[in-house]
Design a protein around this ligand. Structure first.
Ligand code: G4P
Length: 583
């Protein structure tokens, strides 16, 4: 990478700008002395700062951090693997697949834990392609780990959504898209398995718009499908990619078709398919607006691609377009101000915590997304919640299957920090500024159980264990008010098995879970203190506090929730803690 040094004039211009504007918190803190001699004294410092900023800027522009989301079985793992093959990050197929949490292993939690352990290595997969550093953040497909996926989405800048052409939009897809919409995350849609019979492409587009509540714009278009699948026409680049079932090839045969009336099209796909394509493209051009990147970036419109991941088909087009359109690292909102990635001071937040497999060593890996500035190994950073400074001697980066210790990392990067229990999800590290990143959501769990201690001699261990596990995000914990009874909430049954097993093996605490019949946990906000007091008096047995001391109403049925909303109109009941974003 070439870094061009700025001219003397540019340095002086920077100096003058900084002295006039004052740039608190933006890397130019020392205000300049007004006389010329003083200015000269500062030149080496500013030259250094400018070079640093340019290096950071180049690193930011180079990075693309995204997640692939899909309903289980749509082809997320296969697509991830093909992208890694294109990027040269893995050499053989199957490497990612082996790490996948199998959907069938619903009760074999040890196996799942093992796989979760292995999947640390693939939690972030970085590779270079087309001059960009691509960071793919893995999102577990297993529905019981959906909360993990939601949190990972806070650390990405864009998303590729994979749809199975036969199944169309499935339940998990809708939920995941809801999270993306909430965050205005740019989305590219990949309609997969075109080598199989599926729904008509226009029907699929309608379904996408309707169920996902987002406008779509096809940028490639399939010619036939299933046994009659001939390939895809690239509407954006005006070329034709002819389909060959091939699971290993990397190169695609692209034929340039400048004009759809080119008779070469008839020769290549047959007259009937060529005519059908001409008609369909005419309809598309008539019905859909031209693709507008700005609208994609603001999450209003999703470009759609068609292909077959297992056959490596349409994957390169997807990757090339991804590099062209997708955003470089974007800033994040905090409780005090918006942080731009270009700011020179380091900030980052923890979005995922992964327990290490060895039960004797309770250390964990906290995954930190860098939002601004440069993270450096062995530098002290402020853990804002604890107001303590920490330095990290072994920050880890992940390159496909390899982990390695890094010396520096830039906005968009995700690094692993070894942790002995200091971090919880949402924690922020800075160079000293007191701020917390917003929008690490907790969603209302779907299954609730009361935690019961089976060994009173081990209550301390149980207390510590359940706190640490819920800090990791394995489940949510609510403390009934008043009192100490603990309700554990998850999105899947599997977590209870995992928690009980880990409490016993890692903390020596024996417990059991007693099912509770709650429908939703609702976070409450209001300005009306009187009404809140009335509500609290009336609902004493259904009130709890979450781990951050927020008041939560545990509603038993939809009806009771609706009644509460009607009877206490000034209270707002939120089923996600994301409401904190607005506050
Ligand atoms: P997931 O991570 O979203 O859960 O899906 P995954 O990639 O594991 O794919 C699910 C199944 O769909 C796999 O088959 C995979 O081979 C198949 N698949 C993926 N892409 C395509 C495609 O473009 N066309 C066709 N026909 N199939 C595709 P499996 O039988 O579950 O696993 P395997 O034995 O093939 O590995």
């Amino acid at each position: 990478m070439t870094i061009f040094a700025p001219t003397k004039m540019e340095v002086v211009a920077q100096l003058v700008r900084a002295s006039v504007c004052g740039t608190e918190g933006r890397g130019f803190e020392p205000h300049l002395p007004p006389n010329k001699k003083g200015v000269q004294k500062w030149i080496p410092f500013f030259l250094f700062m400018t070079l640093q900023n340019m290096k950071n800027q180049a690193a930011i522009e180079k990075r693309r951090t995204f997640g692939i989301i899909a309903h289980p079985d749509a082809g997320k793992t296969t697509l991830t693997e093909k992208l890694l093959l294109f990027g040269g990050a893995i050499q053989t197929a199957g490497a990612v697949k082996n790490n996948k949490i199998k959907k069938t292993a619903t009760s074999d939690f040890m196996e799942i834990e093992k796989q979760r352990g292995i999947s640390v290595a693939t939690s972030v997969m970085a590779f270079e392609y087309g001059g960009k550093q691509i960071n793919i953040l893995d999102t577990p497909g297993h529905k019981d780990f959906a909360e993990d996926t939601y949190r990972t989405l806070t650390a990405v800048d864009s998303v590729i959504l994979v749809i199975d052409c036969a199944n169309g939009v499935e339940s998990q897809t809708e939920k995941l898209m809801e999270v993306c919409r909430m965050r205005k995350t740019p989305v590219i849609i990949f309609v997969n398995k075109m080598d199989r019979e599926g729904k008509d492409a226009f029907t699929l587009l309608d379904e996408l718009e309707e169920k996902l509540d987002i406008k779509v714009r096809p940028l490639t278009w399939p010619i036939g499908m299933g046994d009659r699948f001939k390939g895809v026409y690239n509407i954006y680049d005006h070329n034709l990619n002819l389909f060959q079932a091939n699971k290993t090839k990397r190169e695609e045969e692209i034929v340039s078709i400048k004009d759809l009336n080119d008779p070469q099209l008839d020769t290549l796909v047959g007259e009937a398919f060529a005519n059908e394509l001409r008609e369909e493209i005419e309809i598309i051009d008539g019905v859909y607006d031209t693709f507008d990147r700005e609208k994609y970036l603001s999450g209003e419109i999703a470009p759609v691609y068609f292909g077959s991941a297992v056959n490596n088909f349409g994957v390169q087009e997807l990757l090339d377009s991804f590099i062209e359109f997708s955003p470089s690292p974007i800033g994040r909102e905090t409780d005090s101000r918006f942080i731009e990635p270009s700011e020179p001071k380091f900030t980052g937040f923890v979005f995922k915590i992964h327990a290490n497999l060895d039960p004797k060593h309770r250390d964990r890996i906290a995954f930190l997304r860098i939002v601004s500035g440069k993270f450096e190994r062995n530098h002290f950073y402020n853990h804002v919640r604890l107001n303590k400074n920490f330095k990290f001697s072994n920050p880890t980066s992940f390159m496909a299957q390899d982990k390695s210790v890094i010396d520096e990392a830039f906005p968009g990067d995700v690094i692993g920090l070894y942790d002995t229990g200091n971090f919880k999800i949402g924690d922020t590290l800075t160079e000293g500024e007191k701020l917390m990143f917003k929008g690490i959501p907790s969603f209302s769990p779907e299954i609730f159980m009361e935690l019961e201690n089976l060994d009173p001699m081990k209550s301390k261990q149980l207390e510590k264990g359940i706190h640490q596990l819920t800090d990791e995000g394995v489940a949510q914990m609510f403390i009934m008010q008043p009192g100490k009874r603990k309700i554990v909430g998850t999105v899947g049954q599997l977590q209870f098995e995992v928690i009980a097993h880990r409490l016993l093996n890692e903390y020596g605490a024996n417990c059991r879970f007693v099912p509770k019949n709650y429908y939703k946990a609702c976070w409450i906000t209001t300005d009306n203190k009187e009404q809140l007091a009335d509500f609290m008096r009336a609902k004493t047995s259904y009130l709890a506090k979450d781990k951050d001391d927020n008041l939560v109403f545990l509603a038993e049925t939809t009806f009771l929730l609706a009644m509460a909303e009607k009877d206490y109109p000034d209270l707002t009941f939120h089923t996600t803690s994301e409401f904190k974003l607005e506050s």
